[in-house]
Write a protein that binds this ligand. Structure first.
Ligand code: MG
Ligand code: ZN
Length: 170
């Protein structure tokens, strides 16, 4: 059987600048290397997923529909860049006070995507800008990397997403 490998990506602070409760399409701002990194992931045969905590929904700052609108814009941007769209999005809309089972560092959102899309955990990565992202990957039984964040001893960290992508090349 063919191996299906995936990169699970955090959204804010990883693909786009973290604008603190981003809710408007106009405020989407990609990092300079984001598209280059996504292109390399896809060239290497990885499926791409976004796994994001959006507690702004649970806190009442914006609606889940506003999150969907932003994700639809991502898909348009991918097509415009001649990339495949993201395979799927997993969103935790809860606030920390909800004590839900899905909010990262829980591995639940990743685990569900792994099952749904028959992804091979041992060939897949979670990448984010916070320790909780890497912990979510660990809790889901996949490999994890942190970008931009410099003080983790447990997880490998890289300056940028593209720098991480290049390490997958061999
Ligand atoms: Mg983040
Ligand atoms: Zn949740």
């Amino acid at each position: 059987m063919k191996t299906r490998k995936a990169i699970f990506l955090d959204r804010d602070g990883t693909l786009i600048l973290d604008k603190n409760y981003l809710s408007r399409v106009e405020d989407i701002e990609y990092f300079p290397d984001t598209m280059k990194a996504l292109q390399l992931f896809q060239a290497l045969g990885y499926e791409l997923f976004i796994v994001t905590n959006q507690s702004g929904v649970g806190r009442g700052y914006f609606s889940l529909e506003a999150v969907y609108v932003i994700h639809r814009q991502f898909q348009n941007d991918m097509r415009e860049q001649k990339l495949f769209p993201f395979k799927d999005f997993a969103i935790c809309p809860h606030s920390p006070d909800d004590h839900c089972a899905c909010r990262k560092p829980s591995g639940q959102m990743i685990k569900e995507l792994i099952l749904k899309y028959h992804i091979s955990p041992e060939h897949s990565w979670m990448v984010g800008d916070k320790i909780i992202d890497a912990e979510a990957g660990k809790n889901a039984g996949i490999k994890s990397a942190i970008i931009r964040h410099a003080d983790s001893k447990e997880f490998p960290h890289y300056k940028t997403l593209f720098e991480f992508a290049q390490t997958l090349k061999k």
